[in-house]
Design a protein around this ligand. Structure first.
Ligand SMILES: *[C@@H]1O[C@H](CO)[C@@H](O)[C@H](O)[C@H]1NC(C)=O
Length: 165
């Protein structure tokens, strides 16, 4: 929350801050993810504006980019923060280009239209990511890890019994 209020004018400043903070932020997020995973969550959605800048995209799958056309992006920044168009542009320039992020995304939500429009697309994305998991994803989710461990344990117990009997 508090971090969001800092405005950077210089990309070098932002890079430095990322280098200093990324390990701590990442550590906190991993702790939260571990707790959710232990609870048995199959899908965990991370809302990280600087996912690519912090190089965290290597840990997440799929990557969903909420994209907006540049003109609308500036208009919204100006009306939200009351800054000038130039300040808005400067702030955008400190981040990796949204079009590049879009090209790296597994799924894209086009946020250029109305809020309802975006919500509708988000519902669709949620449906897709929480649908049937592939066997690889299932292996990584906790429920099935437990059942694999259980199967192995039972298997070992049975083998023991056979050897003894
Ligand atoms: C994004 O949505 C806007 C508004 O609905 C539309 O005009 C535009 O063509 C869309 N752009 C892309 C790249 O899908």
């Amino acid at each position: 929350g508090r971090l969001r209020k800092i405005v950077f004018s210089d990309p070098v400043e932002l890079q430095l801050l990322n280098r200093l903070l990324a390990p701590h932020i990442t550590c906190g997020i991993f702790w939260k993810i571990s707790k959710l995973w232990l609870k048995g969550c199959k899908v965990i959605i991370l809302d990280i504006p600087l996912l690519f800048e912090a190089k965290m995209d290597q840990w997440t799958d799929p990557v969903i980019v909420v994209w907006v056309d540049p003109k609308t992006q500036i208009e919204r920044l100006v009306s939200r923060d009351g800054c000038s168009e130039e300040q808005a542009q400067n702030r955008i320039d400190t981040q990796l280009a949204l079009d590049w992020k879009k090209s790296q995304a597994d799924m894209v939500v086009n946020n250029s239209g109305s809020l309802d429009d975006t919500k509708e697309q988000l519902q669709e994305v949620l449906k897709q990511v929480s649908g049937d998991l592939t066997w690889k994803e299932r292996l990584r989710s906790r429920d099935d890890l437990v059942s694999i461990v259980l199967c192995t344990t039972i298997g070992v117990l049975l083998a023991h019994k056979n050897l003894l009997g």
